[in-house]
Design a protein around this ligand. Sequence first.
Ligand code: ADP
Ligand code: MG
Length: 475
Amino acid sequence: MFRSLFVRLMSAYFVIILSALLIMGVLMSSFFQQYLMETRTRELIREGRALCGYIELYQVGLIDHRTLNYQYQVIDRFLSTTIWVTDMHGYILDSYNSSELDDVNWKNQKVTVDEFVQVLKGNTITRVGSFGEAFPVPVLTVGLPLEIDDKIQGTIFLHSPVRGMNRALWDTYDSLLRATILSSILSMILLYFISRHFSRPLTEMNTISREIATGNFKRRVHVRSNDEVGQLATNFNVMADSLEKVDLMRRSFVANVSHELRSPLTSMRGYIQGVVDKTISPEDQDKYLKIALEETERMNRLINELLDLSRIESGEFSMDIRVMDINETIRRVLIAREDRINARGMDVNVDFEKDVCLVDGDPDRLQQVVINLLDNAIKFNREGGVITLKTWLHKEKVYVKVADQGSGIPKAEAVHIWEPFYQVDKSRSKKKGGTGLGLSIVKKIIEEHGQDIWLNSEEGKGSEFIFSLKEAKKQ
Ligand SMILES: Nc1ncnc2c1ncn2[C@@H]1O[C@H](COP(=O)(O)OP(=O)(O)O)[C@@H](O)[C@H]1O
Ligand SMILES: [Mg+2]
């Protein structure tokens, strides 16, 4: 993994460097060559013009030929130039041989190239080549008119070898290559660390995810940075945390289910065994069989609730959301429980803000929610206590409250009551036929509606459960 990522980054880098070098070389050579040529041409023209002045001085006798020759030398030293001074017919009157170019005696030879005529007309010309086979190597030639007293009296040709310029070009290539090699080495070192920075956490995540797949949730990735890779590592750890939690929950769930099923089975078995063995006297048999029947009912309830919970969790129970009247649901549930409420001498206080309260919800599931909350309120209320059922509207939401005046739920327990099988007072709750699954089903249903449920409770004074629902849009 590391190797392949590293090799990929490196080879990509090499391709980039090489193509950059190639493109740069091609561009540089054309730009640089042009630049050198232009600069050299400009210099030659400038020197040629200056030379005009000296030749004029020489012709009027103000300087001698030695001084003029000295000027030729100065130009040659900087520009390696062979110089011709011709008359109007093209015959070379005076010449100077650059040591770098030639040792031909040019004097009295005739310039025959076409450009000569151009120069005589007063134009300045430049040309690259061997200048009509005059030189064995390519030269840059500048020709300009020899003007004395504003009259053209001949021409000046300055020839400078191109080779010298190429040498400058090669020097540049050389430094470019050195710079490239140096920067390649530096970048490679940098790239090594960068690719390691990327690949290390990836390799770690790879190994750890394989471990997670085999069921070991303990290990975490070491987060070294805050960039995208670091964020990925952090998120990976968060994912591992929640996987670990889910795994733990699954284990405890299975343990709880087995336990919850085993205890009623054990007691039923004991009672039935007693009846079969006749260790239970015939007059007591009825009583024990009734207890066994109650246990089967509790088991039946438990299994139904478990099925509900697992169906909701697996998403099998897709919510059938429609417009419904939550007040009507509450009324129906209340009527069905009237006898039980009356039997325990409780009062019910119904407080609906409006008679009809339309919400978006699944009628069957919300009825289940109301049943669970109301059953808890009846179960855990004190004798003769009041049960309050209230609905009201606030900011496009409908709130439903189910409150009792029972023992309440201690603060420390409040966070746990939504967990499957959690019961505050296990033995008392069990006696009342509870399974500890009711509130977890309620919470799941409300969450599936995209809503919330809260508990406000004060120990000894009572509890109130409030959940929200989406108000139905009026058509
Ligand atoms: N209204 C209430 N007053 C006091 N305690 C409650 C109330 N509702 C729920 N509880 C506590 O929360 C636990 C979980 O409730 P629930 O999930 O409905 O399980 P069950 O009703 O089957 O025991 C109950 O066992 C009880 O301890
Ligand atoms: Mg309950």
